[in-house]
Ligand binder design. Structure first.
Ligand code: NAD
Length: 306
């Protein structure tokens, strides 16, 4: 693991990323342009660290964190940089130019983009060979899987090094070719498209859908994985079912009306205390706590059998 690492941008993702690296023994510097975001990041970092304690995940001594308003200070001596600023290509290009101006040519720069093509982002870089996609899954301190996505100009040695870095802090790297949305979100959005269509057609209630997917699919897939599931079911069975079912599945290419209607009505989910479900006072916080507790318990169990 690089001894000194920098996280640029500390909103939803940055603090958990930093906490994970610190736990693995890195000296992590966190930079954010906003003073308010930096203050919030310090408490999110502390919370993520307590979650890592609950996980009993391996801890390497020597880790430390500092939050700074000075990007030069954040990057001074850094050996590995993770960019986690908002998902806007022009902003990311600007920030990458700033980073490149402050680190040596052999420092790896990784981006946590959710889907902007790595090749497009690298276009205006001076040393695009050291640039690579590193897609963490939210919450980053809890989901131990990272997609590694080289762009057209990424050096193979850089990709290999990132795979080793991810292993060094105990996560599972998944090497992918560049594709819109990357693999995790493509699979997730295929599931969500069908889920929203089933709700829209009134086939099942939100509660029913959640129960079906959590216990019928999520529980099973968290142990087996889709390709092993195909082996378990048998290709003949998959062919028989997909032969009549695939053409029935939702294939719409636009955002579903039920979702755009909810946005128009101000129903955004947790952030507006109402979405698919309604939340009374304090209920969103309670739900968030339940989710973290559930993820901690499930990860402990799954790690013990994987
Ligand atoms: P966010 O908006 O919560 O946080 C981004 C932070 O970057 C903010 O605190 C903002 O102040 C800061 N920032 C803005 N301009 C900056 C600049 N010029 N220099 C330094 N900091 C700057 O965003 P997020 O959800 O943490 O996402 C960050 C990246 O991670 C995005 O590319 C996003 O697509 C990706 N990502 C997000 C998730 C998720 O679930 N939120 C999951 C995986 C990947």
């Amino acid at each position: 693991l690089p001894a000194i690492a920098t996280v640029i941008g500390s909103g939803t993702m940055g603090p958990g990323i930093a906490a994970t690296l610190v736990r693995a023994g890195a000296q992590v510097r966190v930079y954010d342009i906003s003073a308010e975001a930096r203050a919030r990041a310090e408490s999110s970092f502390a919370f993520a660290s307590t979650v890592l304690d609950q996980l009993d995940s391996a801890k390497t001594e020597g880790g430390s964190v500092s939050f700074t308003s000075d990007i030069a200070e954040a990057l001074s001596g850094s050996l590995f940089v993770i960019e986690a600023v908002p998902e806007q290509i022009e902003l990311k290009k600007k920030v990458l130019a700033q980073i490149e101006g402050l680190v040596a040519d052999d420092v790896i720069i990784a981006t946590n983009t959710s889907g902007i093509p790595i090749t497009a982002m690298a276009e205006s870089m001076t040393v695009p060979a050291r640039f690579v996609g590193m897609h963490w899954s939210n919450p980053p301190h809890l989901i131990p899987m990272i997609e590694v996505i080289p762009g057209e100009s990424t050096d193979q040695a850089v990709t290999d090094q990132l795979v080793e870095i991810v292993k060094a802090f105990g996560y599972h790297p998944v090497l992918e070719k560049e594709i819109a949305g990357f693999v995790e979100n493509r699979v997730l959005y295929a599931i969500l498209r069908e889920c929203v269509a089933l709700l829209e057609e009134g086939i099942v209630t939100a509660e029913g859908l959640d129960t079906c997917v959590k216990w019928g699919i999520g529980y099973k897939l968290s142990v087996i994985g889709p390709t092993r599931l195909l082996d378990m079911a048998g290709m003949d069975i998959y062919a028989a079912v997909s032969g009549y079912l695939n053409k029935e599945l939702d294939a719409s290419t636009e955002t579903p009306k039920v979702i755009t209607d909810m946005i128009a009505a101000g129903k955004l989910g947790f952030k507006s205390e109402g979405g698919m479900y309604e939340y009374g006072p304090g209920e969103v916080d309670a739900k968030r706590r339940d989710i973290v507790a559930g993820l901690v318990a499930a990860r402990k169990t799954l790690s013990s059998i994987a």
